[in-house]
Design a protein around this ligand. Structure first.
Ligand code: TRH
Length: 386
């Protein structure tokens, strides 16, 4: 961004919601800006313990630390005075978090002004295209921020995807020994690997007990791999034991195994290894799309069931005519209907469609690839504003 020799600087402000929401996306953004574009990134984050869960190299006590080349600052409060030289060339506020007022005042003194981005949530709704890249003037200061929306079309910011992601996935998926070795490291036995493998990452209200009952009574052996802390109550009830990593139990045709909470890179390997992935929120949902395996999305709940609108918008784009996937996804997310959910029938129908869903995913990926990757798109946009 600058004409001098120093690299572009970028700051991301991230507040963790509901245990560890949003740090997943912010950390992925930070790493990619740094690794692929040589940008000096500072990540401000309020909850280092949550951050550490997805990236074990993080120290929870440090007010400032370098993590894989990214400067991480513990964002404790809104205090502090800042000078223009403290301000990054590009400032990203994540999901409209309030940047400290002193930092904003310093932004207004910079010449030229930094590019100020409000990074929004991913949605397949039609209105997103109309709002992507819109400016918003600061009410008092001579500053403008711009909305940046990830999305599924070329009129949005696209999806997060690292340059080497799909090659790494292809190599892994072409190598059965890599899968076997990876799963063995997580404690999965050879017998469990031969069953239909399902990874489970969902919010606590998902109908997990209902699915466990279906898989247990089903004709086909299922291994369900659950990272530590996910669906804790339902997993404990199934196992009849504390759901700590390494705990496993089988009833009928279902084995449930608790695995450690993985680093983001290993979590990708888990998605690449499984036949079906249950994912949630935003980042794991996008990773599941790139993994190329059938997935069920558990969307983050919103007031007045607004999330059901968002869910339907995605299913409309992604799963048109795949009724089994649509029906299962709506029920998994608590969309009510006149009749109670028939979980055995929903699963049987979904299972029959798995090969079709896999094919659909390949076409979907080709379309998403054509939109470019989000980080490159964001940088192009930022450069166009300077
Ligand atoms: O953390 P989430 O629940 O995120 C959500 C969404 O961003 C949502 O829109 C937001 O508003 C809500 O937070 C509060 O789920 P998400 O986005 O999938 O992020 C989880 C991250 O955890 C993701 O980067 C993958 C990572 N992960 C691991 O690294 N290891 C694991 O073992 C698992 C299960 C996940």
């Amino acid at each position: 961004m600058h004409n001098d020799q120093r690299s572009t600087t970028l700051a991301i402000f991230c507040k963790v919601v509901d245990n560890f929401g949003d740090i997943g996306i912010c950390w992925r953004l930070a790493r990619q800006f740094h690794i692929e574009h040589g940008i000096a990134v500072t990540l401000w984050v309020d909850d280092l313990a949550s951050f550490r869960r997805i990236w074990p190299g993080v120290s929870v006590d440090a007010s400032e630390q370098m993590v894989d080349g990214v400067r991480v600052l513990h964002w404790r409060d809104q205090d502090g005075t800042f000078q223009p030289h403290d301000v990054a060339d590009i400032v990203i506020e994540f999901f409209g978090v309030d940047i400290p007022p002193g930092y904003i005042a310093a932004m207004a003194q910079c010449e030229p002004r930094p590019v100020w981005i409000n990074y929004e949530g991913l949605s397949a709704e039609e209105w997103v295209e109309g709002c992507h890249a819109l400016p918003s003037m600061h009410p008092r200061l001579k500053l403008t921020k711009h909305f940046f929306f990830p999305g599924f079309t070329d009129k949005t910011g696209g999806l997060l995807r690292e340059r080497s992601l799909l090659d790494a996935r292809d190599r892994f998926q072409a190598d059965p020994a890599a899968r076997a070795g990876f799963l063995a490291r997580l404690g999965v036995t050879p017998g469990e690997m031969d069953a239909l493998a399902v990874s489970l990452f969902c919010y606590p209200h998902a109908p997990v007990a209902e699915m466990f009952a279906v898989w247990r009574a089903g004709a086909r052996p299922v291994t369900c791999l659950v990272p530590d802390g996910v669906a804790r109550e339902q997993v404990a009830a199934f196992l009849g034991a504390d759901p700590v990593p390494g705990a496993a139990g089988s009833h009928g045709n279902l084995t449930v195994r608790v695995i450690p909470f993985l680093s983001q890179d290993d979590y990708d390997r888990l998605l690449w290894s499984c036949d079906v992935n249950v994912v949630r929120g935003e980042d794991s949902w996008v990773r599941a799309q790139w993994a190329g395996r059938p997935f069920i999305w558990h969307i983050y709940p919103q007031d007045e069931n607004l999330h059901h609108v968002k869910l339907r918008a995605f299913l409309h784009k992604y799963a048109a005519n795949l009724d089994s996937l649509i029906d299962f996804s709506l029920r998994w997310n608590g969309v009510e209907s006149d009749v109670p959910a028939d979980w055995p029938a929903l699963w049987t129908s979904l299972q029959t469609s798995l090969p079709t869903i896999r094919e659909r995913n390949a076409g979907w990926q080709a379309r998403m690839l054509a939109n470019g990757d989000l980080v490159s798109n964001l940088l192009d946009f930022a450069r166009s504003l300077r």
